[in-house]
Design a protein around this ligand. Structure first.
Ligand code: HEM
Length: 126
């Protein structure tokens, strides 16, 4: 298994992950039906996001949390959705990569997913 070390690796990982997400019974509808995501726009944004998070490149300029509040207002984004998101992310990494950067990608995703789940829950209580 290979190390996660280049922009091309991130593109492969993100493509495979969103292939799964797009046809997923539990969270796919957020992308397909609620946000009606334009994948040609979303995928490059996500390459940049992960390149920034993992390799410290300043490719991504945005606010990941803010993008999710409007979705959460339409359909509650529950802890179980984030756990499932993380399961798919972890599975995809394990299928493709190993090593310390692969572990970091799982760890960082897990932290953000927990924080995001918490923020979505709090927003619903306001
Ligand atoms: C159940 C879990 C999640 C769902 C259903 C979900 C869904 C979405 C959707 C539909 C968009 C596109 C919004 C739009 O363009 O209209 C989006 C954007 C995004 N998501 Fe998520 N997401 C989830 C979890 C996460 C997590 C855990 C992360 C980070 C590790 C993340 C990072 C991002 C980023 C960076 C964007 C782009 C924000 C921007 O426009 O700059 N998402 N998400």
């Amino acid at each position: 298994m290979k190390a996660l070390e280049t922009r091309e690796d991130i593109e492969l990982l993100v493509d495979k992950f969103y292939d799964k997400v797009g046809s997923d019974d539990i969270i796919g509808f957020f992308f397909n039906d609620i946000a009606k995501v334009d994948w040609n726009h979303h995928l490059p944004k996500m390459y940049n996001f992960w390149e920034t998070l993992l390799f410290g490149k300043s490719a991504y300029k945005g606010n990941p949390m803010a993008a999710h509040f409007p979705l959460n207002e339409i359909v509650p984004m529950e802890k179980s959705h984030f756990e499932h998101w993380l399961k798919l992310w972890t599975e995809t990494i394990d299928e493709l990569f190993s090593g310390s950067m692969a572990e970091t990608a799982k760890y960082k995703a897990s932290n953000i997913a927990s924080l995001m789940a918490y923020k979505m829950e709090m927003a619903r209580k306001l």
